[in-house]
Write a protein that binds this ligand. Structure first.
Ligand SMILES: [Zn+2]
Length: 421
């Protein structure tokens, strides 16, 4: 450990209670789809207090719509800013780095399932509870306080560091995509997703499908002549589960060989019915579909459509009234991160220093914003972040000791990657 490194780690310790307050402040600002401005303004204020010059900017939809990796959306980007701040190196002779976190969170409903207030950032036995506490406001806190420690210790980095807090990682990735179309590039990127202090080496592709089935509505007194759309949706879901099973029984790529169920076809939304004594005329089902890295997503969508319609042929009504199938939001390709990724070494070395153990690798059955940097811009990228649990579920938590350790690991890795003068 060099003198400079020791000084930086001391700053992380000294700032820990402020970092904790900052994390709690983010968790207390719900940043659901469409409501991201409040937390972004809060982060901007924190960064300004540290001497950074953050920019808040709305996504240019027309511009990203032409870019590879774009996911089509049904909503506007007005007043839903991304935040970026570049810390310029005085020499700019070293390697540059992007630190990227998403600040959008998934809904916490039904909130009565929680034992803790989902927006309360309550601390209990070394864990902070709340929606986004782990995924991934913990990462935003760690990367910002890692940089703050370096700055406060008077260290001059030899490469520029760009801090990014982006929207829409949970539905499209268009927030991260927009930073790249805006021209923010670097020699590597770290995304501190809460993957238990491991290095991400692969992630699946993800698509969202919306399937609408029609019935023939009626008053319940004539129900024998009616066709109940909820009953038909039930048939549909059974076929989706069969397709999921078939997809997981097919030969798996090497990275997923030992995973029992890499491809999840998650029925995440079901909407139908408006009156208990009416037979519903329509039902819609939304499904998240996983795909292996390398899969052509358009082809996967066509195959899903064909197989679904084929699977519904046994049902006379659905055969004659095939459901409407459309796709929106996530068009996320899967990707692998190669072992020779140059950002691995600084992270592995820093992890060894702080944790005293060798770093593990992690293959994910979900997606992250890593794909934009790796697949479309040849910027080596990976995830390394805190230990957390119940992500996307009630009682989401993050282990606070691991947030502090992640802050330290990131600080050392940043100095190692960019170089210090
Ligand atoms: Zn996340």
């Amino acid at each position: 450990m060099t003198d400079k490194e020791t000084r930086v780690l001391e700053r992380v310790e000294a700032n820990w209670s402020r970092e904790l307050d900052f994390l709690a402040g983010m968790v207390k600002r719900p940043s659901l789809l469409g409501q991201e401005a409040l937390v972004q303004n809060y982060i901007a204020q924190e960064l300004r207090g540290m001497g950074f010059e953050p920019e808040l900017w709305d996504i240019d939809h027309a511009q990203i719509a032409k870019a590879p990796g774009y996911s089509p959306v049904e909503w506007s980007y007005q007043n839903r800013p991304n935040l970026t701040a570049v810390w310029q190196s005085p020499s700019n002779e070293g390697r540059s780095l992007i630190l990227n976190s998403h600040i959008d969170v998934v809904p916490a409903t039904p909130e009565h399932f929680w034992h803790f207030d989902p927006w309360g950032a309550q601390i209990h036995e070394g864990r902070m509870y709340g929606r986004g506490a782990a995924d991934m406001k913990s990462g935003a806190a760690a990367m910002i306080y890692a940089l703050h420690a370096i700055k406060e210790a008077g260290i001059r980095l030899q490469g520029n560091v760009t801090v990014e807090t982006v929207i829409e990682e949970e539905c499209t990735g268009n927030g991260a995509l927009a930073t790249l179309t805006r021209g923010l590039k670097a020699d590597a990127c770290i995304i501190p997703e809460p993957f238990n202090q491991t290095l991400l080496i692969g992630q699946v592709g993800v698509m969202w499908a919306r399937i609408t089935v029609r019935g023939a509505g009626a008053h319940v007194l004539g129900a024998e002549k009616a066709v109940n759309a909820i009953d038909k949706a039930y048939e549909l879901i059974k076929v989706i589960k069969k397709l999921e099973q078939t997809a997981n029984e097919a030969p798996k790529p090497a990275a997923y060989q030992h995973h029992p169920h890499p491809l999840n076809y998650n029925v995440g939304k079901l909407h139908s019915g408006d009156w208990t004594s009416s037979v519903p005329s329509e039902a819609s089902v939304e499904v998240r579909i996983g795909a292996y890295p390398g899969a052509d997503l358009r082809a996967s969508q066509e195959m899903f459509k064909t197989e679904l319609l084929e699977g519904l042929k046994h049902d006379d009504w659905l055969n004659q009234h095939p459901p409407q199938i459309s796709f929106y939001a996530f068009m996320a390709e899967g990707c692998y991160i190669k072992e020779d990724n140059p950002i691995f070494a600084p992270l592995a070395k820093a992890h060894q220093h702080i944790m005293g153990t060798e770093i593990n690798r992690h293959v994910s059955t979900a997606t992250t914003d890593v794909r934009f940097f790796e697949l479309y811009h040849q910027i080596p990228a990976t995830c390394y972040g805190a230990i957390g649990g119940n992500l996307h579920a009630p009682d989401e938590w993050v282990d606070l000791e691991s947030v502090k350790n992640t802050t330290k690991v990131l600080a050392l890795a940043i100095m190692d990657w960019c170089g210090v003068s």
